[in-house]
Design a protein around this ligand. Structure first.
Ligand code: ASP
Ligand code: MG
Length: 260
């Protein structure tokens, strides 16, 4: 019973017109995987706009309230994506991080995922329905809404993939994968077809905004393959894109999450 986790970033959901084509990609994946869970980021620049909004009210907002506000961005995307799937007669349900059982440390704005308890979404996945999870957020041990730090939706996707025993995480971007140089600056830059976790971590830590570095650490810990590709390309198993994985056999056993 193969499980896939798909992750769509802010660029993939930049405008309302994007949801229909993403829904098509998801419906296609259901033909090849038994269970499909989808993690989405806030639309385009929404998170920045929410931060600006907060600053108009308070120059240094209380961290708890900042998290409460910022988690709204991803809630907009998950509900719109579920609507786009419904329009195509595909049953889908959206869930916040808290509803999904993404358990984090108490540290507002920089929380770490220390457990995932996906009890609530399991029945839907098992019956072939699409589960859409809000990235970048969770619930603390004190039952407060937390966020994971900017770009944190990638880490949500990998933590969820570990908890569900997914075969891979597919990241949908506005570029075709990971390039040796920024393809937006140098259109001739060559694409990596495969790389190790350590190389991916190295280039993200040097500032390449490909993936949230914490998601690579988590993927390595769990031996979870990551596949970075473009949302413009709908083929199921393309040669395109970049795989981040290692030849070693996936570890199996209990999923591992972040350190406190
Ligand atoms: N929306 C959040 C941010 O912009 C999280 C994410 O995109 O991964 O930082
Ligand atoms: Mg974002």
């Amino acid at each position: 019973m193969k499980t896939l986790v798909m992750k769509f970033g802010g660029a993939a959901v930049a405008g309302p017109e994007h949801f229909s084509s993403i829904a098509d990609i998801i419906i296609d994946r259901l033909k090849h995987y038994k269970q499909v869970a989808v993690v989405v980021s806030a639309m385009g620049d929404t998170t920045n706009q929410l931060i600006e909004l907060a600053k108009k009210v308070h120059p240094d907002p209380p961290r708890r309230e900042y998290d409460m506000l910022l988690t709204v961005g991803e809630r907009i995307s998950i509900s719109l994506l579920a609507m786009a799937l419904a329009l195509k007669n595909q049953e889908a349900f959206s869930y916040t991080g808290s509803q999904t059982g993404i358990i984090t440390t108490n540290r507002h704005t920089e929380a770490r995922i220390i457990d995932v308890r996906p009890h609530r979404i399991m029945p839907h996945l098992q019956s072939g329905k699409v589960v859409i999870v809000a990235g970048f957020q969770g619930v603390s041990k004190d039952n407060e809404i937390t966020t994971l730090g900017r770009g944190g939706s990638d880490t949500t996707a990998v933590a969820l993939g570990a908890a569900l025993g997914a075969v891979k995480i597919e990241f949908f971007k506005d570029v075709s994968g990971i390039f040796e140089e920024d393809p937006k600056k140098n259109p001739g830059a060559s694409l990596f077809s495969e790389m190790t976790y350590d190389l991916a971590l190295d280039i993200t830590q040097k500032g390449a905004k490909i993936l949230h570095p914490r998601c690579i650490v988590l993927a390595k810990k769990n031996g979870l393959p990551l596949h970075v590709r473009s949302f413009h390309d709908k083929n199921i198993d393309p040669i395109e894109g970049t795989w981040i994985r290692e030849k070693a056999v996936p570890r199996g056993g209990n999923p591992l999450f972040e350190e406190e």
